[in-house]
Design a protein around this ligand. Structure first.
Ligand code: PEP
Ligand code: MN
Length: 268
């Protein structure tokens, strides 16, 4: 029965669906604040957005760095939302934790052991993404590098693995959710955006993730996805996000509140 204090006034636990949303990358104050206001009106409490971006090509947008962190802090100030953003490097832990409530380890850094060890020795919660080439066992071992340092405030995120399938960007491994939940008492979230690669696949993957027993979602949303500087094809616009938010909340309540067994009992 996990419970993680994100801030003094914000805890996450199994009782409520954990929803993290925001753009792939912080691009401007206007883009992020507009997104944060929209999300917080809906009831989303944790805002995502990369300031340091791990891009496959060095030619692509790399993020705004500290300027992006300041924009995240301003959006948090204006809405009361908590922030999660990626820390790519041991050198940046100090600066990222000055602005962010949760420190994100991306898929490409999931086995960066010096980074994991150092994050284990500080107090902020760590959101650990599964490496797209890692088994569940390797993923659990990555979390052990963090917990061994004393920090057990870990959020595990399944975000798709690389398989022979090319019709999606990655293959979302929903089987990982119940397997991980048997092994560790941490929240397990699904990121349906990165495996989908295309926005029309985000909702089916999100619902499959909730159906597999995940504790919540981490989803990319952008005020005008067609002009996004990264992951343009997979970010939802506000209307699509709102639909996903409401559908997934009701599926989550169904999963937690009314198991088939309970429904059967009532019918008898
Ligand atoms: C992200 O969530 O910003 C991200 C880069 O995802 P991943 O590390 O899973 O590729
Ligand atoms: Mn992205």
């Amino acid at each position: 029965m996990f419970e993680i204090a994100i801030r003094d006034d914000l805890k996450i636990s199994q009782d409520e669906m954990i929803f993290i949303a925001g753009p792939c990358a912080v691009e401007s104050e206007e883009q992020l604040v507009e997104t944060a206001k929209f999300l917080s009106r809906l009831g989303v409490k944790i805002l995502r957005g990369g300031a340091y971006k791990p891009r496959t090509s060095p030619d692509n947008f790399q993020g705004l760095g500290e300027a992006g962190l300041k924009i995240l802090a301003s959006a948090a100030d204006q809405t009361g939302m908590a922030i999660v953003t990626e820390v790519m490097d041991t050198e940046n832990i100090g600066i990222v934790s000055r602005y962010s409530d949760i420190l994100q380890v991306g898929s490409r850094n999931s086995q960066n052991f010096p980074l994991l060890k150092k994050l284990g020795r500080q107090k902020k919660p760590v959101l650990l993404k599964r490496g797209f080439g890692n088994t569940v066992d390797e993923f659990i071992n990555s979390s052990r590098y963090i917990s061994r340092g004393g920090n057990r405030n870990i959020i595990m995120v399944e975000r798709g693995i690389r398989t022979f399938e090319t019709s999606t960007r990655f293959t979302l491994d929903v089987s990982a959710v119940p397997v991980i939940k048997e092994m560790v008492d941490y929240p397990v979230l699904i990121d349906p955006s990165h495996p989908a690669g295309k926005r029309q696949l985000v909702q089916p993957l999100a619902l499959a993730g909730i159906g597999s027993g995940s504790d919540g979602l981490m989803v990319e949303v952008h005020p005008s996805p067609e002009s996004a500087l990264s992951d343009r094809e997979q970010q939802l616009d506000f209307q699509q996000f709102e639909k996903l938010y409401r559908t997934s909340q009701s599926m989550f309540s169904f999963m937690r509140g009314q198991t088939f067994l309970e429904m059967e009992k009532r019918e008898r």
